[in-house]
Write a protein that binds this ligand. Structure first.
Ligand code: ADP
Ligand code: MG
Length: 386
């Protein structure tokens, strides 16, 4: 499906409603990690330099559909003003008198921010009235909040239907990279799945089992597969209600190594075993050296790689070794690689290999749904007719 890009819009003299993801950590009224704010700067600067004014709209946290000072975007406005080196007035409301006044006052080259869109009860239920009032604040809509694109909310899908709309640069990069691995991955195509649960990822796994040349599995997902194969997995993290699903996914049995322990509090019990050697008191916490070698080998031959989910309990060394080794292999492979998932992205940053990854997706749920082949409502609303 096609979508409108910034270059498709006429911007001079226009007021642009820009949906961003400024859902950043705030402590004592100050923005902590500002990655999500700096990530939006290229789109903001592009709009300003093309003669538009920018009215920003974002959610922050989970207020319950009513104003709550704890979730005010005030610290974000202050932080953004510093980054841009120009004032960023904050409206006291989302679509009320203050928002209207702030919008009216905007001149080309100027930026303002609406208050947290989730202060409006109509946001999450995509209320058409709220969408209409948002649309009335601007001439053009740009969506740069990929992480919110899998939900049909008033400030994403709703308003996009009412104004000329396009994807911002962040959204465009996500859609281009994820679209590339979904629709025409260059073979050999290797997919790596890990993380806690099969149930979160079953749709994507099915999708890629049909398309990938090789599927490598680690983490709790692998434990559930091993158990479905009839192997003893002891106290490993397993989804017992998904063994049928796991059975369906199983193709070949391979002898692989794993790192186990009886308990996380018993470092002396950490051992490397093959998957057939587990006792009832052991739990698998990482892939082992033979598995790392076999997986790295497959990864080195790949031209396209998708990775979602850590290979083990990577927050607790030494069980980070498998995830780190796979990160290194993906980075060194020379393949076009896409990494998604909150924990996987954290792991890739910690590994120091983030620079060598083709695309690091910012949208956990959104990227999984996109890779399942589902149409995201927030993206469909930016669509062209083709
Ligand atoms: P992502 O956020 O990348 O999609 P998930 O949220 O699905 O990944 O899974 C990540 C979590 O799974 C991490 O907290 C990790 O410690 C845990 N995990 C992975 N393998 C194991 C394992 N063998 N035993 C227990 N927890 C595991
Ligand atoms: Mg996670």
């Amino acid at each position: 499906m096609g979508f409108q890009r910034l270059s498709d819009l006429s911007l001079t003299g226009k007021r642009v409603l820009l949906r961003v993801d400024f859902n950043v950590p705030i402590e004592d009224g100050v923005v902590g990690d500002d990655t999500r704010i700096t990530a939006a700067l290229p789109t903001i600067r592009y709009l300003l330099s093309h003669g538009a004014s920018v009215l920003l709209v974002s959610h922050l946290g989970r207020p319950k559909g009513a104003p709550d000072p704890q979730y005010s975007l005030r610290p974000v406005a202050a932080h953004l003003a510093e980054l841009l080196g120009q004032p960023v007035p904050l409206a006291d409301d989302v679509v009320g008198p203050s928002a209207q006044a702030v919008a009216q006052a905007l001149k080309p080259g100027e930026v303002a921010l609406l208050e947290n869109v989730r202060f409006e009860p109509g946001e999450e239920r995509n209320d058409p009235e709220l969408a209409k009032r948002l649309a009335s604040l601007a001439d053009v809509f740009v969506n740069d909040a990929f992480g919110a694109a899998h939900r049909a909310h008033a400030s994403t899908a709703g308003v996009a239907r009412l104004l000329p709309s396009a994807a911002g640069f962040l959204m465009e990069r996500e859609l281009d990279a994820l679209g590339r691995v979904l629709t025409h991955p260059e073979p050999p195509f290797v997919v790596i799945f890990g993380g806690a649960k099969i149930s979160d990822k079953i749709g994507v796994i099915r999708q890629f089992l049909m398309r990938a040349d090789t599927v490598l599995v680690g983490g709790g997902i692998a434990n559930t597969l091993l158990k479905a194969k009839g192997l003893e997995v002891g106290r490993s993290l397993v989804e017992n209600d998904r063994l049928d699903t796991a059975q369906e996914l199983l193709r070949t049995a391979e002898a692989e190594s794993v790192v186990v322990a009886r308990s996380l509090d018993e470092p002396g019990s950490i051992r490397t075993l093959t998957v057939t050697e587990l006792g009832p008191d052991d739990a698998i916490f990482d892939i082992g050296p033979e598995t790392i070698a076999a997986y790295s080998n497959a990864i080195h031959g790949a031209r396209t790689i998708v990775w979602n989910g850590p290979m083990g309990l990577f927050e607790r060394p030494p069980f980070d070794a498998g995830t780190r080794a796979i990160a290194a292999a993906v980075a060194e492979s020379g393949a076009f690689s896409v990494v998604g998932g909150g924990d996987s992205v954290a792991a890739i940053h910690e590994s120091g290999f983030a620079e060598k990854i083709g695309h690091i997706s910012t949208g956990g749920g959104a990227s999984l749904e996109f890779l399942e082949g589902r149409i995201l409502p927030g993206v469909a609303a930016l669509g062209t007719e083709d």
